[in-house]
Write a protein that binds this ligand. Structure first.
Ligand code: SF4
Length: 354
């Protein structure tokens, strides 16, 4: 008999009104997406996984993009109803919707909440109109602030994303942004360093970016100035307000990816599979590859990664003993990265994994 193992669900919504200058996510500019076709495809994928995995429990669902808030609430409703009949949605299931200011008003947000959304993640990116224009965002700071205020009056948990490290940005600018964020009364926010990706408008612009040292100073300044504690490299939250979907995925729980280009990690009969954005494409993943992934996502978290036998097999314990300023094992048996280690995480992982 098939063993039923809980899986989280990530649903990708690959449409945006226009492309931002820095964006390398899988999404396309589209003013009138074919939502019926989108819904039909997602429903087919749900049916595929329900046949493979059985009536599994679903602890979290995350609609990411793209711009999921462009979706009509009826489409969202049909997808959630299908998940509910195909699987078993946990009573306390966290259902997150990513939203861009200007694509959702109070009424539409209420419709999403009535259909099951209980966490909203708003792409604010900056509170400075010049910077928003430079980034290629379609909204201004006032539209973003209005959406935050609307959401704060409703029965929904809230997060907002910001970008730092723009060309010519200074520590003073970063302090100003953090103080403004503090004044908004948010319980969760994400602070992403601007990275320049090839094949984006920024990738072709030869921008003068802050140096690595300046970026590291900005990173430290953010955790010193924000009132919310950091729980992952880019994420800050009051205790209990962390994104449960991400925590589960970073801790190595299985998840299904639905929608074009959505990836997943499926667990069937004790064997891991890598799922690559299309139902038919899923391949076995070795225990070593899976342990490596768990180290990468685990060490990005402040609470670290549990040192189980699979992880112990592939890491250099001597490296941990010789570098207590970078890595430590805590009393729960978790390997945690120190503040200094977080600044050189990629190199640290290269040295740690044998
Ligand atoms: S809204 Fe988000 S996904 Fe869409 S283009 Fe901008 S950054 Fe990319």
């Amino acid at each position: 008999m098939l063993m039923l193992i809980a899986h989280n669900i990530y649903i990708h919504v690959p449409f945006c009104i226009s492309k931002c200058n820095y964006c390398a996510f899988f999404s396309r500019a589209c003013t009138k997406p074919d939502w019926q076709l989108y819904e039909n495809n997602i429903i087919k994928e749900i049916e595929f996984w329900s046949q493979k995995l059985g009536k599994i429990n679903i602890p979290t669902i995350f609609f990411g993009g793209g711009t999921p808030s462009l979706m009509p609430p009826e489409t969202f409703n049909k997808i959630i109803s299908k998940i509910s009949s195909a699987f078993s949605i946990d009573d306390k299931c966290e259902i997150t919707l990513e939203a861009n200011p200007g694509t959702i008003n109070s009424e539409k947000l209420s419709d999403f909440i009535n259909a099951g959304v209980n966490r909203l993640s708003i792409g604010v990116q900056s509170l400075d109109d010049e910077k928003l224009k430079f980034l290629g965002r379609r909204h201004n700071s006032q539209t973003a602030l209005t959406l935050i205020k609307i959401a704060q009056k409703k029965n929904v948990r809230l997060s907002a994303d910001f970008i730092y490290g723009l060309p010519n940005e200074t520590i003073k600018d970063v302090i100003k942004t953090c103080k403004e964020i503090n004044s908004l009364g948010l319980t969760h926010c994400s602070m992403y360093e601007l990275t320049i990706e090839p094949f984006t408008p920024f990738g072709k612009m030869n921008l003068q970016m802050p140096s690595n040292e300046e970026m590291a100073d900005m990173y430290s300044t953010i955790s010193e100035t924000l009132k919310l504690p950091r729980y992952e490299v880019s994420n800050y939250a009051m205790l209990g307000e962390e994104c449960r979907h991400n925590l589960n995925v970073w801790d190595g729980q299985p998840y299904i990816g639905l929608g074009q280009a959505a990836a997943g990690r499926i667990l069937i009969e004790n064997q891991w599979y890598e799922q690559l954005g299309n139902n038919e494409k899923f391949e076995r993943l070795s225990d070593i590859a899976r342990a490596e992934e768990r180290i990468i996502t685990g060490l990005r978290q402040v609470r670290g990664v549990y040192l189980d036998s699979d992880i112990k097999k592939i890491i250099n314990m001597q490296y941990i003993k010789s570098n207590p300023d970078l890595l430590q094992v805590n009393s729960d048996g978790r390997l945690v990265t120190t503040e200094k280690g977080m600044l050189i995480l990629d190199d640290l992982i290269l040295n740690l994994v044998r």
